[in-house]
Design a protein around this ligand. Structure first.
Ligand code: NAD
Length: 260
């Protein structure tokens, strides 16, 4: 167990993290593991799943692949208590830039991916909730793009707006099953995803400095900081928390700073 979290508040719990082989998802999977959970990482490319987790190769655009993946996890762990729907992709552009096909792809991964994951997991979560009241949850990785009005992110923002609404609707639908549903809204997080975006800039170092300067805190959010928020929402300390979106954005959305 990680000495930073000696309580082992996920001891005896089984967790599934989609998109857990990179960036935010990998940080979540590693943290839940360190806090005592048995953790499965469902990813289309699971090579980067943290050590000590169960890698499951599945694409969230396939209902069958997710069903099989969830069945594999439950067969291995004997139960499922904690689901983190985190797999997501980006799209850059205005409504004039992206084709219907590009829109469908983003919505398929970012929104329907969560729907398929929940559909496959819910029967197992319901069964687990009967035995472990308060300990069973679904947490989505949403984004400040859901409500911020970011330029050049029309399809991505629409997908994350849908994730926010989906989270609230699912929280209402499953509260009486003993299943809590929440989301985190990260700002700009230092992950391979952002690295890829910066890599396309003419001067990546200058672009990174400009990005950092736009953050109220003067720095990007770390994947570990998002993971800590997810572990809170998924863990027993949040037993009374459902239907909530927790911003982890260095103040990007809430603060209105005076120009320097
Ligand atoms: P990342 O690209 O580093 O990791 C994404 C992971 O998801 C990868 O392991 C990838 O293989 C997996 N994945 C992608 N599509 C998949 C699919 N169809 N099926 C299965 N697995 C799939 O990205 P990240 O920055 O860690 O982002 C993770 C989540 O966080 C996404 O939902 C993203 O929208 C959200 N987010 C990221 C940021 C940021 O600044 N990085 C900000 C807000 C929200």
């Amino acid at each position: 167990m990680n000495q930073a979290h000696p309580t082992g508040d996920f001891d005896g719990l089984a967790a599934l993290v989609t998109g857990g082989a990179s960036g935010i998802g990998a940080a979540i999977a590693a943290l839940l593991r360190d806090r005592g959970a048995r953790v499965a990482v469902l990813d289309r490319d699971p090579a980067g799943a943290p050590a000590g987790t169960l890698p499951v190769k599945a694409d969230v655009t396939s209902d069958e692949a997710i069903r099989n993946g969830v069945a594999e996890v439950v067969a291995e762990f004997g139960a499922l208590h904690t689901v983190v729907g985190n797999a997501g992709i980006g799209a850059i552009g205005t409504v004039e830039d992206n084709s219907d096909e590009e829109w469908r792809r983003v919505l398929d991964v970012n929104v329907l991916g969560l729907v398929r994951t929940a559909r496959a997991a819910l029967p197992h979560l319901r069964a687990a909730a009967a035995e472990r009241p308060g300990a069973v949850s679904i947490t989505h990785t949403c984004s400040i793009a859901a409500t911020a009005g970011l330029p050049q992110r029309a399809a991505y923002s629409a997908s994350k707006g849908a994730v926010l609404a989906l989270t609230l609707a699912m929280a209402a639908d499953h509260v009486r099953d003993g299943i809590r549903v929440n989301c985190v809204n990260p700002g700009t997080v230092d992950t391979p995803w952002v690295g890829r975006l910066l890599g396309r800039a003419a001067d990546p170092a200058a672009e990174r400095a400009a990005l950092e300067a736009r953050q109220p805190t003067g720095r990007l959010v770390s994947a570990d900081e998002v993971a800590a928020a997810v572990a809170y929402l998924a863990g027993p300390a949040a037993a009374a928390v459902t239907g909530t979106a927790l911003a982890v954005d260095g103040g990007m959305q809430g603060l209105r700073l005076r120009p320097a």
